[in-house]
Design a protein around this ligand. Structure first.
Ligand code: FRU
Length: 485
């Protein structure tokens, strides 16, 4: 057991008590965002997996509700998704409200089978009834899981599409259904790109290309281990989906490597240690695609300090695509839902200045490209220990090995995040909360999410800039009181 203070984050979802992991069944009902999550009703370890439930109107302040889907005697309720069945294709509706359907993995407790099952809610997603004829999709596999379902609309008609993984085979399977009960296999994708770990929690959706009216399809695949920062990580593929097959713009070989240099060839949704199993909200209009990830890593999630609760979600991210000069597309992040806060604009003279942060806080900084000397941003713990260092040339170097307070071999690691080729100047947002740091650089084209347990969160930053550089620095302080409404 580790003697580290566990302070509750203010800008991130945590359960009142017990263990959580992946976000599940994210959907927007027109008024509220619903977040379900892998939840152990009985303790702070992974087990008795069920779906916990919380709702929010702003994606930051969450109200936790009773467990929505409880594990059974023979099967756990693993990750999955929710759709609102507006046309009552399932027949579960009673003619007054659209049924809310959860599609999840029934994971046999004796590890002999994983198949897809459904449950329906007629009260807007609060209570669910498991379908009597579950499972609805069984391949006789032990590692077939994490169904993410969406409505595919085309001129030839609309139908339900599911992406799910054969985890060990590093394959995403794509299925079609008219009623969420009978499923037909359409195609499969993979193994491709990073395959050193098993594939989990896929998602497939359209994103707008910034500045155009073009849309591209994006396939997200979490893998564990084999992520860019070690352990659990999230990669993505950009391409086209014709209602049957996902075809990536670039076909990549699979590489079975844990080496940073080869992993760098991949496309990573986040370059930190703690961004996993991220999936998108159902029912948001195209162009408002928003995802939430679990802010942890299977390398050490089970062993981090706890205080009756363990695990938290990352901030909600609105995603879109940016087309680079080389014609390739990249995902861009924007953090949603941060509350209005006291803002301090700091004028920064040439040379080195110190910026107080506190926690929670958001530091927004730009140093324009005209600066002749490279700018350097460094983040420090209150005792002066360096946590992060950002320069245009080296990108971000995250010193969690030195700054970490947890004596765990895998937790104590450093991370690197190069900036996009051709970057000049600095453009960065740093969100600090109790227990975590999220750094968005290059206008959101790079994201790095790390837990920083204990008192190790940054307390201040220093910025070094050349004379004549055009600098803008803004700090928003979110006080605990202001957030606890
Ligand atoms: C990903 C994952 C999923 C699975 C769930 C079990 O973190 O391993 O593949 O459904 O967690 O809790």
């Amino acid at each position: 057991a580790q003697q580290v203070a566990v302070k509750r984050p203010q800008l991130h979802f945590t359960a009142k008590k017990n263990w959580i992991n992946d976000p599940n069944g994210l959907f927007f009902d027109g008024k509220q965002y619903h977040l379900y999550f892998q939840y152990n009703p009985n303790g702070v370890g992974h087990g008795y997996m069920s779906w916990g439930h919380a709702v929010s109107t702003d994606l930051v302040n969450w109200e936790e509700l009773p467990v929505a889907i409880l594990h059974g005697d023979v099967a756990d309720i693993f990750s999955g998704s929710i759709v609102v069945d507006r046309e009552n294709t399932t027949g579960f509706g009673d003619g007054t409200v659209a049924p809310v359907i959860a599609i999840y993995t029934a994971a046999a407790k004796d590890d002999t089978n994983q198949s897809q099952a459904i449950a329906y809610s007629l009260d807007g997603g609060t209570t669910f009834t498991k379908y009597e004829q579950n499972p609805v999709l069984d391949r006789g596999s032990k590692n077939f899981r994490d169904p993410k379902v969406f409505r595919y609309e085309s001129e030839q008609g609309s139908y339900w599409v599911m992406v799910a993984v054969e985890a060990i085979e590093r394959r995403v399977l794509i299925y079609r259904s008219e009623n969420l009960k009978d499923w037909t296999e359409l195609s499969s994708f993979g193994p491709q790109a990073a395959i050193a770990g098993i594939w989990e929690c896929p998602d497939l959706f359209q994103l707008p290309v910034s500045g155009t009216d073009q849309l591209k399809w994006v396939l997200i695949v979490s893998l564990n281990p084999g992520g860019i920062a070690g352990g659990s990580g999230t990669q993505y593929f950009i391409g086209e989906f014709d209602g049957t097959t996902f075809t990536p713009d670039e076909v990549q070989e699979g590489w079975d490597s844990l080496e940073y240099e080869s992993l760098k060839q991949g496309r990573w949704l986040d370059w930190g240690r703690d961004f996993y199993a991220g999936v998108s909200f159902h029912s948001l209009p195209v162009g408002q695609q928003t995802i939430i990830a679990w802010m942890s890593n299977w390398d050490y999630a089970r062993e981090l300090p706890e205080d009756g609760w363990r695990g938290s979600m990352g901030t909600a991210r609105r995603l879109d695509l940016v087309k680079n000069l080389d014609g390739k597309f990249e995902i861009r992040h924007r953090i949603l839902g941060l509350p209005a806060a006291a803002v301090a604009q700091t004028a920064v003279p040439a040379g080195e200045s110190r910026i107080e942060l506190g926690s929670p806080a958001l530091l927004e900084l730009t140093v324009d490209a005209e600066a002749t000397d490279p700018a350097v941003l460094s983040l420090f713990r209150a005792d002066g220990t360096l946590i992060s260092e950002l320069t245009v040339e080296a990108g971000l170097i995250q010193h969690r090995r030195e700054a970490g307070k947890v004596d765990h071999e895998l937790y104590a690691s450093n991370q690197r995040m190069p900036l996009p080729a051709g970057s000049s100047g600095l453009d960065v947002k740093v969100l600090v909360d109790h227990g975590s740091i999220e750094i968005l650089a290059a206008n959101g084209l790079r994201s790095l999410t790390d837990q920083l347990t204990g008192e190790s969160a940054p307390a201040y930053a220093t910025l070094r800039v050349a004379a004549g550089a055009n600098v803008s620095v803004k700090v928003q302080a979110f006080s605990d009181n202001a957030l606890k409404l």
